[in-house]
Design a protein around this ligand. Structure first.
Ligand SMILES: [Zn+2]
Length: 298
């Protein structure tokens, strides 16, 4: 059971990360010893109006996640070669750049096997080695039925691995993807799987939707102080044209209404806004379904 005390503690632990985010368009996680060449750096390449193509670099190798467009990837790489592509789901704003990137780099493409251009189909529940690091694959249907979440595991000196979650359009900062193909029960279950990852897990969503999502979060749970504080932090970052990502699972548990369907205040608000007009329904899937419908019209 998540209580307000533990949630407050989780919010405080995100403090140092806010400082890291102030580096413009570059978030680097460097180990403190001499293994600089093995450093994993993860940075967003902005695409279209609000997509992020995540650019991973380690030991001189470059990969991208969900390249909806090839052009910004070409510009970000310059004369450096692309080593591989990761894909979370079939939508064109995540896959549209695959053909042109493969034409130039002939690199492998890991993703759902049903997508054109995928050379290495990923299986949910399996682990793969990407950039010399283990990557776990989770199936997270809801936004689409083929949606996968990718969890890259980076070793650290303190023995606790740092996890990096690439969740496409399933989990957003303070929100979640629309249900284009799946059911509320599928999406709720997918979000439950992601929210069970360690709270320190860094969350790399595929869109900059944070401020709009937080406006809904504040309406859905007006008494949540962590939401108000996140609005202030995110507004400052966006005013400076900086990304609000990555987030962490801990931050999402504290502020994302779609991960808080078990909180009575959220369930009550969802019920009051429920399309069925029913009284407070404690079933979490029903609360989730109402929140998602409400957000669709928000
Ligand atoms: Zn999508």
């Amino acid at each position: 059971m998540r209580d307000s005390v533990s949630l407050a503690a989780r919010t405080i632990t995100t403090g140092p990360q806010v400082i890291q985010r102030k580096l413009p368009y570059m978030i680097s996680f460097q180990l403190p010893d001499q293994r600089a060449t093995k450093m994993l750096s993860i940075s967003p390449i902005p695409a279209f109006s609000d997509n992020y193509i995540w650019h991973l670099e380690r030991d001189g190798a470059h990969w991208v996640v969900d390249p909806g467009d090839a052009k910004p990837v070409f510009e970000a790489l310059g004369d450096k070669p692309l080593g591989g592509i990761l894909i979370t789901h079939h939508h064109l704003d995540h896959t549209g750049g695959i053909a042109k990137l493969r034409e130039r780099y002939a690199c492998p493409v890991y993703g759902p096997g049903t997508i054109d251009g995928v050379t290495n189909p990923l299986a949910a529940g399996e682990s793969y080695e990407i950039l010399g690091l283990p990557m776990r694959v989770m199936d997270v249907p809801g936004h689409t039925l083929d949606h996968l979440a990718l969890v890259l595991e980076e070793g650290t000196d303190n023995g606790t691995p740092q996890l990096h979650l690439f969740c496409g359009d399933t989990l957003f900062a303070a929100g979640c993807g629309r249900l284009f193909e799946g059911t509320p029960a599928q999406m709720h279950n997918s979000l439950a799987k992601l929210s069970a990852l360690p709270p320190e897990t860094r969350v790399y969503c595929a869109h900059e939707y944070t401020l709009a999502n937080l406006r809904f979060a504040e309406t859905a749970e007006p008494g949540n102080a962590a939401v108000k504080s996140r609005i202030a932090t995110s507004q400052a970052l966006r005013a400076d044209n900086r990304p609000t990502l990555p987030s962490t699972i801990g931050e999402e548990l504290a502020t994302n209404p779609f991960l808080r369907c078990h909180i009575p205040a959220v369930a009550r608000r969802a019920a009051n806004h429920g399309a069925n007009g029913a009284n407070g329904d404690s079933d979490e899937v029903e609360v989730f379904a109402r929140l998602r419908r409400w957000k669709d019209e928000f």
